[in-house]
Write a protein that binds this ligand. Sequence first.
Ligand code: BGC
Length: 632
Amino acid sequence: MFTSPWRQRVAFAVLGMILITGSVLLAIFFTPPSPPPVPPNEALYRDASLPIETRVEDLLGYMTLEEKIGQMALVEKNSLKNTKDVAAYGIGAVLSGAGGKPDDNTPQGWKNMVAEFTDAASGTRLGIPILYGTDANHGNGNVLGATLFPHLIGLGAANDPVLTERVARAIAEESAAMGIRWHFSPTFDLPMDIRWGRVYEAFSDDPMRAGTLGAAYIRGLQQAAGQGARIDVLATAKHYVGLGSMTWGTSDNDDFRIDQGVVSNDDSETLTDVYLPPYRTAIDAGILSVMAGLASWGGGDISASEYILTDVLKDELGFRGFVVSDWYGVYAISWNSYDSTVSAINAGIDMAMLPFDYKGFVSDMHKAVIRGDIPQARVDDAVRRILRAKFSMGLFDDNGASRSGLETVGSTEHRALARETVACSLVLLRNQKRTLPLSSDIRHIRVAGSAADNVGRQTGGWTVEWQGIDGNWLPGATSILAGIRAAVSMQTTVEYDLNGDFPNKDLADVGIAIVGEKPYAEGWGDNVQPRLDDIDLAAIASLQKTSKRVVVIIVSGRPLIVTDEISKWDATVAAWLPGSEGRGVADALFGASPFTGRLPLPWPRTIEQLPMTVDGQTSDGSTPLFPRGFGL
Ligand code: BGC
C-alpha cells in the first residue's frame, strides 16, 4: 500500500499521534470527576458544641467549587423559576426585594413561602441553610398586617437608643416568626441633601447619632432569642460608604438625579472622620453583613473598589462578616457581565445580589476561577465569611422555620410600641400663642390635607410595594384623622375634607392641616424642589379662612422648603413618615405625650443652601431655617 519506507514511517507516526490524542481526550471526557468529599454524620461542622471557626473550616473542606459559588449567590425570589434551583445550584441566600411578596400576602403565606426555600436548602448534600433576607426597614413593610414603625428618620428625631433597640426587637420578632432571619437594615447613610429620595431611610446626617442609633438597632435585631441562642435576625449595615453625600446631577441612572451618583468629599480625612465612624460602631455591635452602596467613589463603582471594601473595611476596620452587593450592583460596574463579576469579587464582594440571572453569575464565576481570574483563595475567603454568619445565627442547629408565634405580627403590643415611637419622633417646629397641645374637650376641629386620611402616605415607600401605596387601605393601620377622632371628647365635632372645602363658614376652634409627600422610594424620590404641592397649600389656606388657628402637620420623608409659608401657621409639627399608628400623632397633639423629638438633620431655608456640609452647616454659610437638634 505504501510506495516507500519513509512514507510508511510518517504514516505510522501520524496514526500513533491520532491514537494517543484520542486516548487522552477519551480519558478527559470519560473519566468520572472525583466524587466530592462526603462528610460523616459526626462531621465537626454538625457539632453545635464546637467553636464557630472550627465548624466553618470543617465544612469548607467538604465543599466543591460549585457549592462554594452557590453560597455566594443571593437570588431574588421572583427570579427563581422553582425552589428546586435552590438545591440544584446550592444557592446561599434568597431575598424578597421591595414588593417581593407571596401570592398569599399574609403572615402565614410568608411563613410557608420562606419554609419552601429553607427546606429545599436543608435537603442538599451538605445541608447548608439559606439566609432569607428582606428590607424590613420600618417593620415588615412587604407583609400585609405587619406593624409599621416610623421610618428611620423618625427614630433619628426621637434619638433614643433604648427605644430604637425595642423597635428593632419588635420588628425582628415579627419577621423571625415568619422565618425571615436576615434584614437589609439599618442604614448608616448620612443624608446631606434633602433632594435625595432616600433621606427618610437614614437616622441622621450626624455620624455620631447615626452610629449610636444604628448600633442600638443592630442589638435589637440580633439579640439572641433565648438562652444559648445565637444571633436572631442578622442585621446589615448599609450602604457602605459615603452614601448621602452624592452630588446632585451625578446619578449614573438616567431616571434618577442624585441617587446612585458620585460621592463627594471622597478624601481620606472625611472617610476616616465622617463616613467610617458609624461602621466602626456597627462592627463593635457585632454586625456580620455590610451592603456595598450603589454609588461611585473616587472615579469608580464602590462595588469594584478593593480599597474601600477590602483594605479599609476588612483589613483596617477588621470586619469579619461578609459584604453583599446591592441590587444588580455587580453589573453596574461594566457592560460585560464576566468582567463585572471578576472586578466585584476580587474587590471584596462576598455575596452578589442577583435580581435576575443567577445562572449567568454561576457560570461566570466558574469560568473565572478555572481561568485563574478569581483566585480560589478569594472564593474561600468569601464563603468562610458567609458561613461564619450562618453559624453565628445557629442556622445549622435550628433553621428557624419551625418557630411559632405568628400572632406577634401586627400584635397589639407592637402597635402600642409603634404608637409610642410615633409620639417620640414628632418635632415641634413652631408653636405661636401656645396653640399646642390642644384640649381634647375642644368644641370644633376641622381637618384637611392629603395626608390626613391616607395611611399610604403615612407609611411612605417600602410599604407593600417598593414605591409604597397612595391611599387608605392598609389592614390594621390607623390614619392620623382616625387618631384625632379617637382622641377627642364625645362633645367635640371633627369635620374633615381633604381639600379643606367646608360649606359651613362659621369659624372652627382649630384647623389641622395634615399635608405632605406622596410615597416614593430611592431615586424615584429625587426631587429638585421638595415642597408642599398646590393642593395641600390650598387646603391650608382654606383652613386659615375657616378656623381660628391653624396647626400644620408635615408628613414627609425629609424637610420640605416651607420658608415662605411657615410664619403664617400658628403651629407646625414635623411628623416624618410615622407608619401604621396614626394615633401616636394625636397623642402629642392632645397632650397625652409631650413633644420631645429634635431635628435629626438641619431644615434648609432654601435649595441654594444645599448640600449641607459634613458638619451640618449650609453650603453658602447662611443659617438654615432650623438647625439640627432644634425642637420646641
Ligand atoms: C436598595 C437596597 C435594598 C435592595 C434590596 C436596592 O434597590 O438600594 O437598599 O436593600 O434594593 O431590596
